[in-house]
Design a protein around this ligand. Structure first.
Ligand code: SF4
Length: 473
């Protein structure tokens, strides 16, 4: 998963962008990239700036002092295409007759090979294994042919198979656009003074607007970038270019609401906190918890669902697992060794609360089982009477090809969806319980369930994949 953040028509654009980037750090922790422009020149001098690490460490005062101008955007990378190295970090650059253009996106393109081959045949050189470089070079190629950037983007979109929420910057304007199934979240906000802020998550926009006088305490118009328009940010305003493709169904990523979005973010029109409450309510209908002592979230991912479950069932909630906030998300650590040690360093079970009790542990997902297996072991060491593990989504059994690193070592896929086998593998006893929310339960959390992607749970992919990926297994 990645994140994009940026702003247009503001003073100190890079500073505001950095603020937003700090607040989507939970989506990606490997590489930071940023570029800005004052309408004449890009910054820093050898744009873009890209470096490994977290925003706070990487975008230092020294770096920020090199980023001038009234428009900027940044990217946080978590590798899903290409290794974790400089060349694969975003933004990517392409050259046109009118100068450089820079691009970053959140999502994954499936038809990289044929596009790369086509563009190489037309003289393009690639420096990365990343799909965003293909997108920007495809747009540059189309622009060379038609001389109209919005049209070049529209034509490029017709050739892309996969998902992308993208931002493109020329010397004096920016373009925001999105894939035809609106798979990855992408919001923007407009201030009365004409400032435009955009980000993968609305929580980042909230923070960016907090100290921005024209937003008047967050009273701004907030909207999602639509698949049907290309937004051109130019001459201090938004120019909307229609871009309706053939009637294709929407497929918003449901895993965003289950896991990725901050609880205070609105994604695809829904507040993540509300979705998680609905998931917990659906879960409560599927399992009898009457013989349990307390509900405990796996913090922070299970907090909202555990609270909602406690309210619905009347069973008290205890914070019997305490997490360190100085350790990041373990799922987006890139190696298994890093993930394992991060879990041990991150959580501490409170044995005084757990000993002799029937504890209901609530989390949002089991992907590789790294976290839950270690948590069950740590809780077992505190001598509970019984452990019940509840997951607010079904077993993940299929890879994601749309920008989330759900590909290998999926415990539910490895064990063919056998819940009893998964239960044993995470260290639960015969008399203990592992329950996943059903797919119907998951779908019931969305008011428009037909408009969501559930492919990692049910294998029903919303785009063609058979020509581009090897069969599973
Ligand atoms: Fe999201 Fe899963 Fe669909 Fe990927 S496969 S887009 S993670 S719901």
């Amino acid at each position: 998963m990645c994140a994009i953040v940026g702003c247009y028509n503001t003073p100190a654009a890079a500073t505001i962008t950095r603020l937003g980037m700090l607040n989507v750090q939970h989506r990606a922790q490997e590489w930071v990239g940023i570029v800005s422009s004052d309408g004449h020149n890009f910054y820093p001098e050898r744009a873009p700036f890209r470096a490994p690490g977290h925003v706070r460490q990487v975008l230092t005062e020294g770096v920020m002092s090199t980023l001038m101008g009234h428009m900027a955007f940044g990217h946080l990378r978590y590798s899903t295409q290409g290794a974790s190295e400089l060349n694969n970090a975003q933004p990517h650059r392409a050259t046109t007759a009118d100068g450089d253009i820079f691009f970053a996106s959140n999502g994954d393109i499936l038809n990289c090979s044929p596009l790369r081959k086509e563009l190489r045949g037309r003289g393009a050189t690639f420096y990365s294994a990343n799909d965003a470089e293909i997108i920007v070079k495809l747009i540059a190629h189309r622009y060379r042919e038609c001389g109209d950037m919005a049209r070049a983007i529209r034509e490029a979109k017709r050739q892309l198979v996969g998902t992308y929420s993208g931002v493109l910057m020329t010397r004096d304007r920016m373009f925001l656009f999105r894939d035809p199934i609106e798979n990855r979240p992408f919001s923007y906000a407009v201030a009365p003074d004409g400032a435009i802020l955009f980000a993968s998550e609305t929580s980042a926009i909230d923070i960016m607007t907090a100290d921005y006088p024209a937003f008047e305490g967050k009273r701004y118009r907030r909207a999602e970038v639509s698949r049907d328009t290309i937004l051109e940010l130019a001459n201090g305003t938004i120019i909307t270019h229609e871009d309706r493709q053939e009637d294709r169904k929407l497929a918003h990523c449901a895993f965003e609401h289950v896991y990725f979005l901050r609880p205070d973010s609105v994604g695809f029109g829904l507040l993540a906190t509300d979705t998680r409450k609905r998931l917990a309510t659906a879960l409560a209908k599927e399992i009898d918890l009457s013989e349990t002592d307390f509900i405990c979230p796996v913090p922070d991912s299970g907090n909202v669902a555990a609270l909602a479950l406690s309210r619905v069932t009347g069973i008290p909630m205890e914070f019997a697992l305490v997490r360190s906030h100085y350790i990041g998300r373990t799922f987006i650590e890139h190696t298994q060794t890093a993930r394992d040690s991060a879990v041990r360093e991150k959580f501490n079970p409170v044995s005084e609360l757990i000993r002799g009790k029937v504890i209901v542990l609530v989390d949002d997902s089991i992907v590789r089982s790294t976290t839950i297996r270690q948590l069950v072991g740590m809780i077992r060491g505190c001598e509970p009477k019984k452990i019940i593990v509840l997951i607010t989504a079904p077993p993940i059994q299929h890879p994601c090809y749309y920008g989330v690193d759900i590909k290998e070592r999926l415990i539910a896929a490895d064990l063919a969806g056998d819940i009893e086998a998964i239960k044993r593998s995470i260290g639960l006893r015969e008399d203990e319980v592992l329950h996943y929310l059903s797919l119907d339960g998951l779908r019931s959390a969305f008011p428009d369930p037909q408009n969501w992607c559930y492919a990692c749970w049910n294998g029903d992919y919303p785009t063609s994949i058979k020509d581009y990926v090897r069969p599973e297994g």
